[in-house]
Write a new protein. Structure first.
Length: 166
């Protein structure tokens, strides 16, 4: 498989993974572009690997982790929304999805990566462990802790529908 064929077939999936890892469309585009630029240079080596897809996914996860490690790239979170929407509000679903996205983005990088790879990329624990370079038990531990945090934070987070009185 040539590099161009790989990008044509797997590019959208890499963008989806990057969006979910970063929580920001523009940051995801930059991340994928950087990873693909590095992969292009190493493509002859990558294509000889048993699973090139896992190799590139690992590059993406590692590049995202490296970006988060730099202090200058930390974002300041916004204050929490004040009010929960009422039953039957048209914006309820959108507000709940947005609140969940914000909670997922607030998770530690490894926990967020495990959830994204498991629930959005539909990978099993062994494949996730290979990408994150850890054991399957560590993957399960990260998933358990992330889900517990999401459950606790979601129930404690008040929601508001944009344009509603506060």
């Amino acid at each position: 498989m040539t590099f161009e064929e790989y990008v044509l077939t797997r590019g959208p999936a890499l963008m989806r993974l990057a969006r979910l890892l970063t929580g920001d469309d523009y940051r995801a585009e930059d991340l994928v572009q950087d990873v693909l630029a590095r992969a292009f240079v190493r493509w002859p080596k990558i294509v000889r690997v048993e699973r090139p897809e896992a190799y590139v996914r690992r590059m993406l996860v590692n590049a995202n982790a490296s970006w988060w490690r730099r202090r200058s790239s930390r974002e300041v979170s916004v204050s929490r929304v004040v009010d929960r929407p009422g039953v039957g509000d048209l914006g309820t679903d959108a507000v709940e999805r947005d609140a969940m996205r914000r909670l997922i983005v607030s998770l530690p990088q490894r926990q967020r990566a495990v959830l994204v790879l498991r629930y959005y990329e539909d990978l099993d624990d062994v494949a996730i462990a290979e990408i994150l370079d850890c054991s399957p038990a560590t993957v399960r531990t990260h998933a358990m802790r992330a889900l517990a945090t999401l459950r606790a934070d979601y129930s404690a987070t008040p929601l508001t529908v944009p344009g509603s009185p506060t």
